[in-house]
Every structure is written in structure tokens, then in C-alpha cells.
Design a protein around this ligand. Structure first.
Ligand SMILES: [Zn+2]
Ligand SMILES: [Zn+2]
Length: 88
């Protein structure tokens, strides 16, 4: 797999892609503002290419009781909770 190169700096490796103009951006082509990465060309968000993202589902599965991302199992079956109190 060839490494993506910056649209402006052909010798620089692209680490981001602009969400506005869609160009590949290197470190010199982005601007950090309020913890956001912005494209210097158009000012839109620069999204990290992140070719090797760690699988989030794996790390979440290793810690099941920490913070469930969505759909808590308790509210998924409310009747079973009510049935104990109301006897439905
Ligand atoms: Zn842009
Ligand atoms: Zn660049």
C-alpha cells in the first residue's frame, strides 16, 4: 500500500484529509484550533487518515463494566424490573 502524500507537499506524508476540499494534508498543512484540526487551505475540518486505528470494540470488551457505550442492558428489559415490583 503506497503511503498517501500531501497534496501541497509531494514529499510529505499525508496524515489528514480535509473534510471540505477533500485534499490530503500533511502536518504543515493543518492548523490546530480548539483541539480541532483545520485545513489551512479552506478552513474546514481535517480528519486524520489513521491507517492503523486500534479496534475500539476490542478494548471495550476487555473492560465490560467500565462505561457501556450505548444501550444499557437494564433499560433494555424494563418489564423484568417492573414485574418484580408490580407483578405484571
Ligand atoms: Zn480543505
Ligand atoms: Zn502539506
Amino acid at each position: 500500500m503506497a503511503q498517501p502524500t500531501c497534496a501541497t507537499h509531494a514529499q510529505s506524508r499525508a496524515l489528514y484529509q480535509c473534510d471540505g476540499c477533500g485534499k490530503l494534508l500533511c502536518d504543515a498543512c493543518i492548523e490546530e484550533s480548539h483541539r480541532l484540526l483545520l485545513c489551512r487551505l479552506c478552513g474546514e475540518r481535517a480528519l486524520p487518515l489513521a491507517p492503523r486505528l486500534p479496534p475500539p470494540s476490542r478494548s471495550a470488551a476487555s473492560r465490560p463494566g467500565r462505561s457501556p457505550p450505548r444501550g444499557p442492558t437494564d433499560s433494555a428489559r424494563p418489564c423484568s424490573i417492573r414485574s418484580a415490583a408490580r407483578g405484571c
